[in-house]
Design a protein around this ligand. Sequence first.
Ligand code: ZN
Length: 632
Amino acid sequence: MKSTWTDKEAAETVARYTHEGVNEDLALRVYTTRLLGRNPLLVLHGGGNTSVKTTVTDLLGEDVQVLCVKGSGWDMADIEPPGLPAVRMELLLKLRSLKMLSDEDMVRFQRGALLDPSSPNPSVETLLHSFLPHKFVDHTHSAAVLALTDQCSDEPLLGEVYGDRVALVDYVKPGFDLAQTAAQVYEAHPEVEGLILRKHGIFSFGATAREAYERMVNLVTLAENYITAMGGGVFPSVELPTELSPVSEVAPIVRGLLAVRGDESMVDPVRVVLDFRASEAVLNYVTGMEVGRYAQIGVVTPDHVIRTKKNPLIVPTPEAGQGKAFREGVREMVERYVADYRAYFARHDGVRERPKKALDPMPRVVLVPGLGLFGVGSSAAAARIAADLAENTVRVITDAEAIGAYQPVDEAATFDIEYWSLEQAKLSKDAEKPLARQVVMITGGAGGIGGATARAFATHGAEVAVLDLDGGKAEEVAVGINGLGMRCDVTDGDDVRAAFDGVCEEYGGVDIVISNAGAAWQGKIGEVDDRTLRESFELNFFGHQTVAQNAVRVMLAQGTGGALLFNASKQAVNPGSSFGPYGLPKAATLFLAKQYALEYGHAGIRSNSINADRVNTGMFTDGFLEERAGAR
Ligand code: ZN
């Protein structure tokens, strides 16, 4: 690992922020916090934290010694000065004399010590930062360091790699006790450059931002070099069938079985979104003969548990042509996973503290031997975070097993973190939007109606795939809504199949398909040539049929119902002069919608059409939300 510090960037950052009234210490703190946060081998998704001890002037014009420490809700990669709220050092240091302090009191006290009461909550590791004497303190969950410390026997290893450069702190849950323990360890070894928090991560510190940052880089590099020297890890693989099912077929089955069916008052089950990964390292890991052992020992650092759960779900190898057996295998594994999770909860709930409310028992990571892994979440963003953490886990465990035997914190400590209110507070508690967890595909999505519909569905929380004959424009619309843009000619069966495969690979499946692509051919019906009429039927009828057939294929694989929405135009029921070539296939499409409702309604697939007259760009969402409310 190389230091990415440059004097030029540091000076520019200082110049920019001092111009805004931020002092140089805090400006440099922002600069190196971002350097750490942008390296996924050090920090992922809200993990890690940093601080600086500095002096600021309060409203009375008096100088106050403060600790500017990462606040909750901020990501180190793009932190700004308000993400490092100032806490009065004098008050924090007084806590050092206490024998014990509850988490609730600690949080309250830290909030009370904020210079600006509207700041976010200071990190749960604030006291640890404040009890160390150094001006700059950096903390990460470095993958290489975790591989070294997540070991059955890590002390000899850490001693060999670091000598006297770091001191070791035994695992203690973050908070007051860890702060006290770490401070005592440091004080017994005041010459060290950092602390290794066993089975948790690493702290480095220094007199300047650069020193603390480069000590982190150097200490992590020592771990990386050691792992490299040991030759890296490759797991012996199981024998795979000659042909595997593709991701596009596996994903809807997995996604469907991870959806939670509620009671009859619910129109839709509670669905999830998937994020697929299949790097070489991931493939080796998920296909390993012993995946059932090394993947189920526990999380690489406790704070991942809230996003990945303790263990992943491991499903059977998906052999091509054996979809039914695969589905049964996954169903069985999901049931076992849920039962195991409930047993884990029962084992630890209320052992030390008040009884807790069980969290949902579904997995957040799915390993598919031969294929790769899925991150699972309530949105594409949440699934991506789970997948990122899972890939990091693959790296740490592969390295840990290569240099020794992987052994992270025990189950009880993991439970403590998973059910710790201060950890759960890191997850967003915002109410979900009405179409969250739904994957929507819209054809003709780059046009006026299509683009507005795509945006409206995204506004209501759906993950949206925008398909259009003009792939460039589809991508433009998709970028604006964090969706997926694809070129697709709906009159080409292969194209449509490829588009559905692409959406299944991206999100795991499809729930709402808006078959909107169309064009208005014209001609007096007694005089128009057959070619015009047939061309119009290709797009305005067969296009819808091809799209709907693919939609039903994926929806049946998921087994969680779905919705088809056809743009049948007012022409389908109310012909206009010279619009026969347009209205005839649209009338057939109106019939098509009824036929799908008739034949697939029993599978929970709703089918409707909209007879749009003058362009009303909100009609699909309005109509859909009304129809969904009606179904309830
Ligand atoms: Zn930590």
